[in-house]
Design a protein. Sequence first.
Length: 353
Amino acid sequence: MRPSSSFDVPSDQQIAAVDALFLKGGLVRSRRSTSPGRMRTVRLERAAAEELSRPVPAVQLAANGVQWLRVPGWSRMPWLWHGFSTRKGGLSRAYCAEDAPGELNLGFRDDDDRDAVAGNRRLLVEAITGAANTPLVALHQIHSNLIRVVTAADAARPRPWKADGLLTDEPGLLLGIQTADCIPVLVVDRKRHAVGAFHAGWPGTVKRIVEEGVGRMRLEFGSRPEDLIAAIGPGIGPCCYEVGEELLSEFESQFVYGRELFREVYSADAVRMKYPMLFLTQRAPGHSPIGPSLHLDLFEANRRQLLAAGLKPAAIRVLGACTSCHPDVFFSHRASKGHAGRLMSVIGIRPHA
């Protein structure tokens, strides 16, 4: 018989030591004592969807008809180009009614005309920089934490890089990130005139793409966190981003604050609230659509990463309009059930006069 060992059954003190080690690294130990297939009881802050929704910021109208968003205060940096697109003011017909004006789809999609998308990109570039021929560097995004440092030569590549972040300190080109619910994050080094753009859906957020991006800016350009400012653009908000409990586990395993990014959200349906008995079912608890749903706040998740990377709270602006709440202004993959164009968030350095 194998001799007994004090490590066969870990003591409470040993478990506490492991938890402390994980906490120091920003992780949470998996609770393997949970029975397979059994849902954990999730007790989170509760809210109505309407309480979590954000209004659309003031929209800028360019001379060529493009409607876009500007970060308040960033226009005081005359060397900087930046903007977040809306769906308004373009040439695409794939996602609008027959009698509606053309739209500004900026992603090459199978259901849209490539010439229209290319024309839309020129319109956006012209709206932001004043010149439609300004080089634009975009990506083939893969929900990763891969980041590329680019030059103007990369705008002429026959195929875009596979990555989800772009950095440059070279004047005269725009970096572009495409989204249709994911979160775009723009970062600016005010002292060294370097910029970054990051695509942060939930997979990229779990992989800490924004923290990685700030780290790369420090490595490549000598950026200091106290010199950085950032803007978190339109994406799906906690009002609409219903997720499964597996995402709660993903975030809890990676971030000590992971649980704080989730809410239990109740529908404010007046009929359900007044006549709840009409909606009772015979399904087992936890399997009925009645009751709160689990929602994730990707705006806050990426703000926390910027803070963890050393940015000051006042240096971070959350434009934060929900793309799913406002499908008349933005493309939303979820609101349109997958039939959506792509927005683009752009940033660049104006050439020296």
